[in-house]
Design a binder for this molecule. Sequence first.
Ligand code: MN
Length: 351
Amino acid sequence: MHQSAFDPNGPATNSKNLFGLPYRVSDADLIVIPVPWEVTTSYGSGTSDAPENILQSSLQVDLHDMDIPEAWKSRIALDNFPVDIYERGQQFNQKARVIAESPDVKGDIEAINNACEEMVKWVYDRSSQLLSEGKRVCTLGGDHSTCLGLIQALGNFNESFSILQIDAHADLRKSYCGFNYSHASVMHHALNVSQVNKLVQVGIRDLCEEEANRIQANAKIITYFDSAYRERLYRGDTWGNIVKEIVSTLGPHVYVSFDVDGFNPALCPNTGTPVPGGLEFQEAIYLLKKVAESREIIGFDISETGNGSIDGNVSARLLYKLANITLHGIKNPARKGHSLYTGAGQPVKPH
Ligand SMILES: [Mn+2]
């Protein structure tokens, strides 16, 4: 359907695209890559169904965005569903569960690590292709490891960038249960991308000794623990002040990695590893809007969404907001020459 025939006030009729929008990958500005993969999920399962769940929930999202005029003109398109990735993921998840439940059985760890590496490479290749066409790219997990290929690809298109990670977990383990590319190690690998100049974590409230030491030792990592800023709030400080501080730690180009378990689990009840505490929806949106007022969002992911209806609903709304602020920014009258989406499609260095 052509954009001129699209009614942004009516019910969604194009059930094949996110939010029922009338755009195709070829004419869209932001491409959402579904990565239905959860091979190393360690607790609850279902996140490989998230892309389909979010698509269905997105059809119920009203398209008026109070921060962005005519947001429905944002050219967002869902990339083809990778059936082979989904099927391989299901097959290897069975094997991984046997190993995770009885660590003395070494089983097929190497085969699983290889399969995970291939998935990361697939995301890297697809992201690189779309970025070279001048598109903005985001991924929809799947578990948190599904965004790594996009972060690696963005390294070829940006001199340097910061990662804002919203998450209950630090995800800094070198490996987990023998798995090198699990959700628990994604930021360990992201820090190996040389263009990543900062990792700013928000919502963290569940971590191991190794991760706590790493945060202490690495000046690139700045962690806003959930308990620490809650205490500031209880003593009378404001979320506005805390967000201002968080944003000030970020460089001009920001990748947002949003693991939905960073939310209060009431908003993500079926995520793989829910943890009490966490951000309320509007606290997170306020943070993202403040980032978009003064920084350029170069890409993002939404990971670990569960397969329940609240889960899909929350992630679909988060996706719409993140997509809109990535494409348009948030107008800040104090900032002159504000123009965010440039469609820059050339890698800064060939790979
Ligand atoms: Mn995570």
